[in-house]
Ligand binder design. Structure first.
Ligand code: SF4
Length: 387
């Protein structure tokens, strides 16, 4: 039988999850959100595990609209089978159309039971864009337009998370002429706390970090202007890209499979959008596997977290660099630079003065010999005419 609002530690004990696995899960959460998330900010994995254990398992109602289910996949496709299991021990996923067995009237019943049991407290995760055009006729659920479903569920939630680029601003369905009038969640719901986690797909640990902070403290992380959590979206990919030294040295791959591409050179000329894309992909890879992220496997960043880039600027078209960011490799300002004494500056001044004086004398004698007066010929003539 499902137990509502059970504490995470009680649930883990009841289900026989061992402490080592739970600590591993907390460590991964910290890799995704090392700073800036109240749950993990400057804490050890043990401290995160202890803090998280006291939280109640948050109820999550997951809605699907115009999507490819890639955001759900990113949550489930972990490299270790146990990790996906563990994830569902920590949150209570009470409604998810593609994972639940129920369909039709049974699914509708499950949705209303989940809302009634956690009214005002559940997290509503929205995956996919919402079609607005022609009164939303391009997508209906249980006979209702998607907009109405979103409003009904969203208004009863404690907070809403728009997962993926489609739910954040329209994403893939909004590209080109946007035939269905695809929009993001914040176009329709303005009265609830909302977090956008764009990405195609987004990093699942960023979502977990946001949900679990809400469950433990009832707070959401600091957000940027586009309602993205700053802990994951405060830097552009270019700042921490492992190919950045090649960019700075002017070494660019010119074609897929050429020598530069094989040697891991910068992908800017192949259309990489990393210099204008706020995301943490370069430091927090996918599927718990090192280097599993687009640039890590030799593909240029498509800017999937940026509304002005993703699915709008062609993948292989280079972009202008607006904000030149310094590489990580500059020496810090405070590093030892040696010292310059007044005596040294005096000696250098004497030396420079002697060289300049000698050069002046030499140029005068050269001018005298060659007849050059250091004035362009046309101007010399002008002067002669005037005199
Ligand atoms: Fe990395 Fe792209 Fe920047 Fe090159 S342009 S350093 S591949 S982020």
């Amino acid at each position: 039988m499902k137990r509502q609002n059970e504490r995470i530690d009680a649930h883990l004990a009841r289900c026989g999850v061992n402490r080592r696995d739970f600590l591993g899960f907390c460590s991964r959460l910290m890799v995704a959100a090392p700073f800036g998330l109240a749950l993990t900010d400057r804490m050890t994995p043990e401290a995160v595990a202890a803090t998280l254990s006291e939280a109640r398992r948050p109820s999550v109602i997951w809605l699907h609209f115009q999507d490819c289910t890639g955001c759900s996949e990113t949550l489930l496709r972990t490299s270790q089978p146990d990790l996906a299991d563990l994830l569902f021990h920590v949150i209570s996923l009470d409604y998810h159309e593609t994972l639940m067995a129920a369909s039709g009237h049974a699914a509708e019943k499950a949705l209303h039971e989940a809302m009634d049991a956690n009214d005002g407290n559940f997290i509503c995760v929205v995956e996919g864009s919402i079609p607005e055009k022609d009164d939303g006729i391009y997508m209906t659920l249980a006979g209702k337009p998607a907009i109405k479903v979103l409003e009904e569920v969203g208004q009863r939630a404690g907070a809403i998370v728009a997962i993926g680029s489609c739910a954040s601003w329209g994403g893939v369905p909004s590209s080109g002429d946007n035939p269905t009038g695809a929009q993001g969640v914040d176009r329709f719901i303005r009265t609830k706390p909302l977090v956008n986690i764009p990405g195609c797909p987004p990093n699942p640990y960023v979502l977990l970090g946001v949900i679990l902070e809400w469950a433990r403290y009832g707070t959401l992380p600091d957000l940027d202007m586009q309602k993205r959590p700053k802990f994951a979206f405060d830097r552009v990919i270019h700042e921490h890209c492992p190919r950045r030294p090649h960019f700075d040295a002017g070494r660019f791959a010119k074609a897929f499979g050429d020598d530069g591409h094989r040697q891991g050179w910068c992908l800017y000329e192949l259309g990489c959008k990393g210099p204008d894309t706020h995301a943490a992909c370069s430091t927090r890879h996918f599927n718990e596997i090192e280097d599993v992220w687009p640039i890590g496997i030799g593909a240029p960043c498509v800017g999937c977290t940026e509304k002005h880039l993703a699915f709008k600027v062609p993948i292989f078209e280079p972009i202008p660099i607006h904000n030149a960011t310094p590489p990580e490799t500059y020496p810090p300002v405070a590093s030892p630079q040696g010292t310059v004494t007044p005596l040294a500056t005096g000696l250098v001044g004497i030396g420079v003065g002697a060289v300049a004086g000698a050069a002046f004398v030499a140029s005068r004698s050269f001018s005298a010999e060659s007849g050059d007066t250091s004035v362009p010929k046309d101007k010399q003539n002008d002067g002669d005419e005037e005199s």
